[in-house]
Design a protein around this ligand. Structure first.
Ligand SMILES: [Zn+2]
Length: 298
């Protein structure tokens, strides 16, 4: 990981490996990607990418509401750090949109794909665990949306990932000069992800999303996933192969009339579990996601 020096705010300078370790509650681990681009990890929170531009900070995702204060402190202390001028929501989940209200009230720009704005303007309930998400107040909703793609003044580009890899409103942000790609939860590098089929995500979309992301990168690109360490092209290919295998096995189970519990019992992820962790919730959600996409008359 050349050039990936790490340091933590209010703490002695420490190495990259240490920056990857779980931090104490509320503390910030910061990984420098380039002079102006950083991955900010508030403990217990999803990854945030911050670009310092002199005139302020661009954020890709903004932690949950609980992590927002620690995030703002962390980015104010970045070299050339300052107030947020633009916040990009990679998707609607509260783990990413908890700073929207703060940024919206400050009159700054919040960018999202239009489907993300629509979800943030609706009450959502996850049927599998009853978790409820309240719509965000108007001031906290994205105030600059797009359908396909857009570009920032800095030359960084964002684009829709239409495969429904995680939700139906995910975007990527690519920094061409730095060759860094932020993809939010379309890629997770920390265990099995949530397959949020309530708002459009599905296992086939995870495969399609990885395939699409692979077309955006080269050997040198550093890919920042929604959670976990920064990745390379090789890491993405490994994930693509894994999810494709799981997708094929689950599709076979569905087509032979099996249900979610039988899918879990069939252990369709067994050779990956040692590194990925307990798969049961993931397999159940991934299987249910097939109903929405491939079952006739569902
Ligand atoms: Zn998410």
């Amino acid at each position: 990981m050349a050039g990936a020096a790490g340091f933590a705010l209010g703490r002695p300078v420490r190495g990259f490996a240490a920056a990857q370790a779980p931090a104490a509650p509320g503390s910030a681990g910061i990984q420098r990607l380039t002079d102006d681009l950083f991955v900010v990890r508030i403990s217990g929170e999803a990854n945030v990418v911050a670009q310092t531009t002199g005139g302020g900070v661009l954020l890709i995702d903004g932690c949950s509401a609980n992590g927002s204060d620690a995030l703002m402190k962390a980015i104010a202390g970045l070299p050339n750090g300052g107030p947020v001028h633009t916040l990009i929501n990679t998707h609607w989940h509260p783990e990413q949109t908890g700073s929207n209200e703060l940024v919206g009230k400050a009159g700054k720009t919040i960018i999202a794909q239009e489907n993300t704005r629509l979800w943030l303007n609706a009450d959502v309930t996850w049927p599998w665990n009853g978790r409820k998400f309240k719509r965000l107040p108007k001031i906290a909703q994205p105030n600059k949306t797009f359908y396909d793609a857009g570009q920032l003044e800095s030359g960084a580009r964002y684009g829709y990932i239409p495969d429904c890899a995680h939700t139906d409103g995910n975007l990527y942000e690519y920094f061409p000069k730095q060759n860094v790609l932020a993809v939010g939860d379309v890629v997770s590098n920390e265990g099995w992800p949530v397959v949020d089929w309530t708002t459009g995500g599905w296992i086939g979309g995870m495969v399609g999303g990885l395939q699409r992301v692979l077309t955006l990168v080269n050997d040198e690109t550093r890919i920042v996933p929604g959670r976990g360490p920064v990745m390379t092209l090789t890491d993405l290919k490994t994930q693509f192969d894994m999810y494709q295998a799981v997708y094929e096995r689950l599709s076979k189970l569905l087509n032979s009339g099996r249900g979610p519990t039988e899918a879990v019992d069939a252990k369709p992820t067994k050779e990956f579990d040692a590194t990925m962790g307990n798969p049961d919730e993931f397999v159940r959600r991934a299987f249910e996601s097939l109903w929405a996409y491939v079952t006739p008359d569902a």
